[in-house]
Write a protein that binds this ligand. Sequence first.
Ligand SMILES: [Fe+2]
Length: 291
Amino acid sequence: MSIQRLGYMGFEVADVPAWRSFMTGKLGAMESSSSETEAKFRLDSRAWRLSVSKGHTDDYLFAGYEVDSEKGLQAVKESLEARGVAVKVEGPELTAKRGVLGLISCADPFGNRVEVYYGGTELFEQPFASPAGVSGFQTGDQGIGHYVLNVEDVDAALAFYTGALGFQLADIIDWKINEDLKVTVYFLYCNGRHHTFAFGKLPVPKKLHHFMLQAKEMDDVGLAYDKFDADRSIVMTLGRHTNDHMVSFYGATPSGFAVEYGWGARDVSAGWSVVRYDRISIWGHKFQAPA
Ligand SMILES: [Fe+2]
């Protein structure tokens, strides 16, 4: 039994108020709670999907992977422990804070916090309504999206995420960032979403390269693009990726790492065959220096 989908994510951010207006105004997420030190946001019927906590790193804080039952959680715990990973069973305080029935946590080989849970909170009685008019986000069985981490050791990352957590490799891209720099990025899936987690030894100062949200309509992407373009915070222009066929752009967040905002990805299905690519995009995705 492996993890089934990305259910939530947390970032540590220096400027919580800036993130509140960024999440709601630019990305179209719905704020569910906020204080001076933390804010949570909805993307669908769940009580929350993204959180920002005040701190100095402006980086990845945790990823929360969902399983469907207590039995599934126990199986992931045993899989981690069988590979020598120290697992903490979280108590009532954190499970209540996350709004879940059962929660374990561990660290990946680089000290990045990984949480696994079952029993998230549904709020069907308070329908999701995007404050920016976004038609909705592709979540459900595919989870909330994907994220890409900068790691020191790709072999250790592959061993942990495929071995202990049960991801499968979808493909790799030998990404020629410029004439002198080529980086191999590994794309992993745990459900129909082409990749939920990807990693590489990336030339960025942070652990988190970007996170991705998938909108339901292409117009959601276009309308968001105009907002990022208006304050010159586009990082990569509109383009379509070679591997997941996502049409997306990349924008700057208030913390320096990027957000990918996309639509129209293809899914992995039974019989998926691992391949490699020489380019990240079929067209577009040109770097642009933010203002
Ligand atoms: Fe991405």
